[in-house]
Design a protein around this ligand. Structure first.
Ligand SMILES: Cc1cc2nc3c(=O)[nH]c(=O)nc-3n(C[C@H](O)[C@H](O)[C@H](O)COP(=O)(O)OP(=O)(O)OC[C@H]3O[C@@H](n4cnc5c(N)ncnc54)[C@H](O)[C@@H]3O)c2cc1C
Length: 424
């Protein structure tokens, strides 16, 4: 077990939060991790540190899963793979592909850990594909006394345990649904006015397996990224059908952030390739997005999409100084109690901000004032200001989660200041 201070991560990925935990350890076996939990008053597990707040901190021991044994156990007959609690999507999808399998969906970057991503309700985009947590078929948690608790789909409490915010204990294994590997082409379109978006929203979001729109809320939608499932031997871009009237095809690779290096984005221009190399926006070997940034996101019922756009557009001027770009995505409903898309087709408004905490937290109340009344649920891993009293009414299964937490962690071994604020 390592606890060398020099190896201890000081901050989250963005550098926007410095961990305050007094102890830090990196167990090398699950049994060591169980012992750490059993002997600590307070513990928390680090994922890949891509969240933007104090969600991962603890007043006790911060556990890094980085040195735990890697597990990728494929069961082709069951259509499932079991992985360890520290693995990143980027380390899983290539070996899976080599064996002819794939995950149905991925987030914009492969750099994030599976356990941390599902714990925070992370999602990609696609009318027909739910958030990443919906692929979880079973997971194994370490209870406060160090024992292992296994919950599988259909078990009481399972639907509460996937999007857990890290409040239910370290996850040491996850079993994920997989499907046969598939091929995707990615085309970028420009020239979408607000009127066209209003008129053709459904046609646009159904124009691909996964669709993302990028805007600054002022002059329409500047880019539409359409990721379509195709036959492996399909031709490239010249047969791409414009997904909406007036769509102009990009003729060179595009980054959604002004001035950013296009080497970092996944292959565009309609070149078919493995789904895992097209569904994320960013390539594993490069810095995703800008690097120097904060993020926020609100997940709303799809039926509120047009009202949300109308509410956001007047804020364009107020956000201009701190907004790098906004991304509009959709997801299918899921059954996970604290998921942003629990029980509803969803439209998600994501904000990539400049790395300026004061400026971001100054504009968030104005956004929440218009999006929370439209049933907008903040992304748990990103910046938001709403606290438990405002959040509870947004989640029909809120009290079920509270009961599950009381049962699995009665003494709040896995509690922290973030959870005190947002769960109460
Ligand atoms: C550049 C960038 C792009 C992003 N793109 C997207 C996107 O496309 N879609 C989207 O929805 N989000 C996106 N996010 C947000 C991001 O996906 C989540 O905040 C992040 O995935 C959380 O995973 P992590 O491994 O970094 O967890 P961390 O930030 O390290 O931890 C988050 C929480 O999970 C808990 N946790 C981590 N591992 C475990 C474990 N093994 N057991 C129990 N609890 C655990 C932690 O304790 C903490 O509570 C993006 C973030 C960045 C920085």
């Amino acid at each position: 077990m390592t606890s060398t201070p020099a190896e201890r991560p000081a901050t989250n990925w963005a550098g926007s939060y410095r961990y305050t935990a007094p102890q830090w350890v990196a167990p090398t076996t699950v049994e060591e991790l169980q012992q750490v939990v059993a002997s600590a008053d307070r513990v928390k597990v680090l994922g890949s540190r891509h969240s933007f707040t104090d969600i991962t901190d603890t007043a006790g021991t911060l556990i890094s899963p980085a040195q735990l044994p890697r597990r990728i156990e494929l069961d082709p007959a069951a259509g499932q793979v079991t992985v360890d609690g520290g693995i990143r999507y980027g380390d899983l999808v290539e070996p899976l592909h080599a064996k002819g399998f794939a995950l149905a969906n991925l987030a914009s970057l492969p750099h994030i850990s599976v356990a941390g991503a599902v714990a925070t309700g992370t999602h990609g985009s696609g009318d027909g594909i739910p958030a990443l947590g919906a692929a979880v078929a079973a997971l194994e948690l370490v209870a406060p006394d160090g024992s292992l608790v296994r919950l599988a789909r259909g078990d009481e409490g399972f639907d509460g345990a996937v999007v857990s915010l890290g409040a239910l204990g370290p996850v040491v294994s996850l079993t994920l649904d997989v499907e046969p590997a598939f091929t995707v082409r990615q085309d970028v379109w420009t020239g979408l006015t607000w009127d066209l978006l209003d008129e053709h929203f459904d046609a646009i979001t159904t124009s691909g397996y996964s669709v993302s729109m990028f805007t600054h809320w002022a002059d329409g939608v500047e880019q539409v990224w359409v990721k379509g499932r195709v036959d492996a031997d399909d031709g490239a871009r010249d047969d791409a059908v414009p997904p909406f009237p007036g769509a102009v095809a990009a003729t060179t690779p595009m980054h959604m952030l002004s001035g950013a290096e296009t080497d970092a984005v996944t292959q565009q221009l309609g070149v078919p390739g493995p789904g895992f190399e097209r569904l994320p926006h960013f390539r594993l070997g490069f810095t995703p997005s800008r690097g120097a940034e904060l993020q926020s996101e609100y997940l709303l019922p799809r039926s509120a999409a047009r009202d949300a756009f109308a509410a956001m557009r007047p804020l364009a001027q107020q956000l201009a100084g701190v907004l790098q770009v906004c991304e509009i995505r959709t997801t299918a409903p899921d059954a996970l109690w604290l998921s942003g898309s629990e029980g509803r087709d969803t439209v998600a408004l994501h904000f990539t901000w400049s790395l300026d905490l004061d400026a971001v937290y100054a504009v968030l109340p104005a956004i929440e004032e218009v999006l929370l009344p439209l049933q907008g649920r903040p992304h748990w891993g990103k910046c938001f200001v709403a606290e438990a009293d405002a959040l509870a009414p947004l989640y029909p299964r809120w009290t079920d989660f509270a009961d599950l937490r009381d049962r699995l962690d009665p003494d709040r071994t896995f509690g922290n200041a973030f959870l005190d604020r947002v769960l109460g």
